[in-house]
Design a protein around this ligand. Structure first.
Ligand code: NAP
Ligand code: MG
Length: 401
């Protein structure tokens, strides 16, 4: 069989530890035999990031802006222990943070659903996609622990020196205050990314904040979403038969529990953090979750939602067998290949991505899976496979298909 040809390269961002091992296995077993794979390779493994003073991360983000589609392996975000382990020149920043800043993106995450591994909310028959705004609010806060009696004020000084001033509270004893911010620019980017992604994936979009209580802060999010929708997306939504609606966050939470899923739930930064953890835990495993960073200019970066699975890697180094789930990393590749195929009009590439996803799910449904899934599945007579054999089993299913 002739291999599928590509025209534009994918930006390939290699990573660290166990996921780096899976990365190579996936390429060798599931991609290279079928595709004349064209990638521009960036090694984001910590060793090379250190050697290049993290220039390689910046370069990979620039390449993503140039080509439009990237696939990223999980990477180590250094901490004190990693400084020593890798003898680092500096505590390099999180690559995800660097790439997100360059792409001005929003992160979309959705559970990968498969028969036999069921969400504990029984009516969730379709995956719920979380869209999390990844800038500002409590993640960029300024806080003061108030020692005692006094007055707290909120002050804004404009460039020309004029002031806006509000009393926060007259303290008659110790307490706490917090200052948070966001920008119209970032909220607008977030809104555009959500509307574009909804059109792209043909899903309804929900957005919720606490605008009844936060009449300026949260209300601004609501207003910007509405403005962007009416100006740029309303007609396209109507044409596609899709719905956008805004509701209060309390109402959204209550409604989510009663739906069958299948929509995108856009959340402010903090709400997105906790709600995506809730949705993913309800669906079983971080390794059964897709994750894509989408920029308002239409640039896509696909990755797994989990980390480098360090504990498994150390076992692997000691020569012990591992059973690490490669599904999220496989789906990062299929997401990127499908998008590349769409943008370049290569139907075979899109079909291959669909097929590989189907083969992956079918392998699990036939009872062949890694240990993390075997622990939670409702299927009986399950075979627990090691990291490599699971990928080989997927290849067998793919070849049968
Ligand atoms: P992790 O790699 O997500 O792993 C945490 C635990 O979750 C594992 O020990 C394992 O549990 C389970 N797990 C996660 N993915 C799995 C998979 N594919 N198959 C089977 N089990 C899986 O998180 P971490 O250990 O906190 O972080 C390790 C490194 O990853 C850190 O250096 C961190 O900076 C980095 N990280 C990177 C990203 C990213 O690049 N996107 C995201 C998060 C963390 P058991 O050990 O119980 O089997
Ligand atoms: Mg969280």
């Amino acid at each position: 069989m002739a291999k599928i040809q590509m025209t534009t390269p994918l930006v390939e961002m290699d990573g660290d530890e166990m996921t780096r091992i899976l990365w190579k296995m996936i390429k060798d077993e599931l991609l290279l035999p079928y595709i004349d794979l064209k990638t521009e390779y960036y090694d984001l493994g910590l060793k090379y990031r250190n050697e290049t003073n993290d220039q390689v991360t910046m370069d990979s983000a620039q390449a993503t802006l140039k080509y439009g589609v990237a696939v990223k392996c999980a990477t180590i975000t250094p901490n004190a222990a990693r400084m020593e382990e890798y003898d680092l020149k500096e505590m390099w920043k999180s690559p995800n943070g660097t790439i997100r800043a360059a792409l001005d993106g929003t992160v979309f995450r959705a559970p990968i659903q498969v028969k036999g591994i069921n969400p504990c909310v029984k009516n969730w028959v379709k995956p719920i996609t979380l869209a999390r705004h990844a800038y500002g609010d409590v993640y960029k806060n300024v806080e003061i622990k108030v020692p005692g009696k006094g007055k707290a004020e909120l002050v804004f000084t404009a460039e020309d020196g004029t002031e806006m001033r509000e009393t926060i509270h007259e303290f008659d004893g110790p307490g706490i205050i917090q200052g948070v911010h966001n920008t119209d620019k970032s909220i607008t980017s977030f809104a555009k990314a959500c509307f574009s992604y909804a059109l792209d994936t043909k899903k309804d979009l929900w957005f919720a904040t606490k605008d009844t209580i936060s009449k300026k802060y949260d209300h601004t999010f609501k207003d910007i979403f509405q403005e962007v929708y009416e100006k740029e997306y309303k007609d396209k939504f109507e044409e596609a038969g899709l719905e956008y609606f805004y509701t209060l966050i309390d109402d959204a939470v209550a409604r989510v529990m009663k739906t069958e899923g299948g929509f995108i739930w856009a959340c402010k930064n903090y709400d997105g953090d906790v709600m995506s953890d809730m949705v993913s835990s309800a669906c079983g495993s971080l390794a059964m979750m897709t994750s894509v960073l989408v920029s308002p200019s239409g640039v896509y970066e696909y990755e797994a939602a989990h980390g480098t699975v360090q504990r498994h890697y150390y076992k692997h180094l000691k020569g012990e067998e591992t059973s690490t789930n490669s599904v999220a990393t496989i789906f990062a590749w299929t997401g990127a290949l499908r998008k590349r195929g769409e943008l370049d009009g290569i139907k075979e590439l899109q079909e291959f991505a669909d097929k590989l996803e189907k083969a992956t799910l079918q392998t699990i449904e036939e009872g062949k899976m890694t240990k993390d899934l075997a622990l939670i599945t409702e299927l009986e007579n399950v075979t627990v496979l090691n990291s490599g054999d699971f990928i080989k089993a997927i290849r067998e299913t793919l070849d049968r298909m």
